[in-house]
Design a protein around this ligand. Structure first.
Ligand code: GLP
Length: 253
């Protein structure tokens, strides 16, 4: 695992955006696994800046998002499909036909999940998977416990997650959909490279649990330690509960 600790959130998201940009430069037809959440807003803003300033083209890439709320149409401003449009795709030259976000209003959700897995395979797998971490330790919406061989499926969201994501729903956790479609932990671990980003003091304890605690389905983010090519980008605040031994990894570059 490569660990990068930056002084503040802006520099963490900047570093992550440059890692994504490098992937696209090396492979203009890269298959990007994308994530949502407040942390990623900074990553996508920085990526859009790189697109403009350095003429980085997204026209050849394909993308697969980690997750989507069940019951929200893509046009709903609270959907992750809409989030991706406003935070990234409106600002870059990605080809709409190659953008994939699970369809939370599919008539048959099980078929939708299987088709999503198949589409990832048809594209040759994910080159780089961007990941945030939720308060429950989830990656995507893999709430505890999520076995490490899980695939794209419908999950029930934890009360803590609905609380964490309530802001977009008028501050009311009960207004947050109770279910979501998420790539499984196994789907995520199949990506060739993982890039986890966390910022802010509220993430410090769960980041330490994921990087230093037991590797367990109870903290699905701990699964990333089983992957051979992982980059974790943290700001000082989210790295605040790490042991000196783990921090030494960052110093080792
Ligand atoms: C949601 C997403 C996760 C993301 C998490 C973190 O729950 N499903 O994939 O990691 O948000 O969100 P934030 O960056 O807002 O803390």
């Amino acid at each position: 695992m490569k660990l990068i600790i930056t002084p503040d959130a802006a520099s963490a998201t900047h570093v992550a955006a440059h890692l994504l940009a490098d992937t696209i430069r090396q492979r203009p037809d890269a298959v990007l696994g994308l994530a949502t959440g407040r942390t990623m807003e900074g990553v996508y803003a920085a990526l859009a800046d790189i697109h403009r300033a350095e003429a980085l083209s997204f026209s050849g890439i394909a993308s697969f998002n980690l997750d989507e709320y069940v019951g929200l149409p893509p046009s709903d401003p609270r959907s992750y499909r809409h989030y991706m449009q406003t935070h990234l795709f409106d600002h870059v030259d990605a080809d709409e036909r190659h953008i994939h976000v699970p369809n939370g209003i599919a008539a048959d959700l099980k078929t939708e999940c299987a088709a999503y897995e198949a589409a990832i395979r048809t594209h040759g797998g994910i080159s780089l998977q961007l990941l945030g971490i939720g308060d429950t330790g989830h990656i995507g919406f893999n709430e505890p416990p999520s076995p490490f061989d899980t695939r794209t499926r419908v999950v029930e969201l934890d009360a803590a997650t609905r609380q964490q994501n309530a802001e977009m729903f008028g501050g009311d956790p009960d207004a947050v959909p109770s279910e979501a479609i998420t790539m499984g932990v196994g789907t995520i671990l199949d990506a060739k490279r993982l890039l986890m980003v966390a910022t802010g003091p509220a993430k410090a304890d769960i980041v330490a649990a994921a990087l230093e605690g037991p590797i367990t389905p109870d903290v699905s983010a701990s699964a990333i330690r089983l992957h051979g090519d992982v980059v974790v980008v943290l700001d000082e605040a989210s790295a605040g509960a790490l042991s000196p031994e783990t921090r030494a990894l960052a110093n080792a570059g």
